[in-house]
Design a protein around this ligand. Structure first.
Ligand code: PMP
Length: 295
């Protein structure tokens, strides 16, 4: 596979309030964010010139920073505008956006109160996390090596870089074994989420999804719950035990990158990309392009 590295591309990155040529948007090796994971980020998508749930994403970025005990030196409105401006500056109307905020270089130790907080926004063309063929068939998932930790162990509601360590390890193991992704249980043994998306199941026409009490309550998850309810589906948020998977006919994952992606298998359990998953996948694609308004 020939990869175009992310530091060697044309375009502009918004960095601390200025547009910087893409290749010059750099940080020093002694950056606190790199050494101590003092960084929070977002993943957003622009569809046909509009960023889906832009302010919800920006507000989550600010909330994540607050949880990590730092303040982003801009307003939510300024970051919203900067996200739109970054897409415009790069000539993109359909794009994935990556805002990130991190502690800088003034202190390099556990204590880091006097570091400058930096913010960058990059965007690029990124059509689909899972290929259309994978989506139609449903992706194959295995069980993750790691569990989502308890809220007493980590700041579980922040979208913080450090929380992705167990996701990357689990996803690598899954891909090495030929699977698209891994399903993570939580510290109690309940179904939690995949390494980068939330999960839903279908039984007898009703939709069931884990209560997000120790993992990210995804913005796509919330959009899909609203969409499903507007279509008249019952959506039940509750703790789900792994052995209950035998009783579900359909399964799908949701996320900004994954959008709505049907799942064909998780470990020993099999699902079919049925009507509910496929119709929500299509309706979500229409909703984000404003071709459908959820009640
Ligand atoms: N869980 C994890 C671990 C994620 O990385 C993501 C993607 N941000 C999600 C869930 C879904 O969140 P969202 O719908 O806000 O993209």
């Amino acid at each position: 596979m020939s990869l175009v590295p992310f530091d060697d591309r044309d375009g502009w990155i918004w960095l601390d309030g200025q547009f910087t040529p893409w290749r010059e948007a750099k940080v020093h090796v002694l950056t606190h964010g790199l050494h101590y994971a003092s960084a929070v980020f977002e993943g957003e998508r622009m569809y046909g010139g509009e960023i889906w749930e832009l302010t919800a994403h920006t507000e989550r970025l600010f909330k994540s920073a607050e949880i990590l005990d730092f303040a982003i030196p801009f307003t939510v409105a300024q970051i919203d505008q900067a996200c739109k401006d970054t897409c415009a500056k790069n000539g993109l109307t359909d794009a994935y956006l990556r805002p990130i905020a991190w502690r800088g270089t003034e202190m390099i130790g556990v204590s880091a109160q006097n570091t400058t907080i930096h913010v960058a926004i990059a965007c690029w063309d990124w059509p689909s996390y899972f290929s259309p063929a994978e989506k139609a068939k449903g992706i194959r998932m295995t069980w993750a090596k790691y569990k989502r930790p308890s809220p007493e162990t980590e700041p579980v509601h922040a979208k913080a870089t450090g929380l992705y360590m167990i996701c990357t390890i689990s996803k690598h193991l899954a891909e090495k074994a030929g699977f698209a992704d891994a399903m993570m249980l939580d510290y109690r043994g309940y179904i939690a989420e995949s390494t980068g998306s939330n999960v839903f199941f279908v039984a007898d026409g009703a939709i069931h999804t884990p209560t997000p009490d120790c993992f990210l309550d995804g913005i796509t998850r919330q959009s899909v719950i609203r969409l499903a309810r507007s279509k008249g589906f019952e959506v039940v948020e509750r703790h789900i035990r792994p052995e209950e998977l035998a009783g579900f006919s359909e399964c799908f994952v949701t996320g900004t990158a994954a959008e709505v992606t049907p799942v064909a298998e998780i470990g020993e359990y099999r699902f079919r990309p049925g009507n509910i998953s496929l119709s929500l996948m299509d309706d979500y694609a229409k909703m984000v392009r404003r071709e459908l308004v959820a009640a």
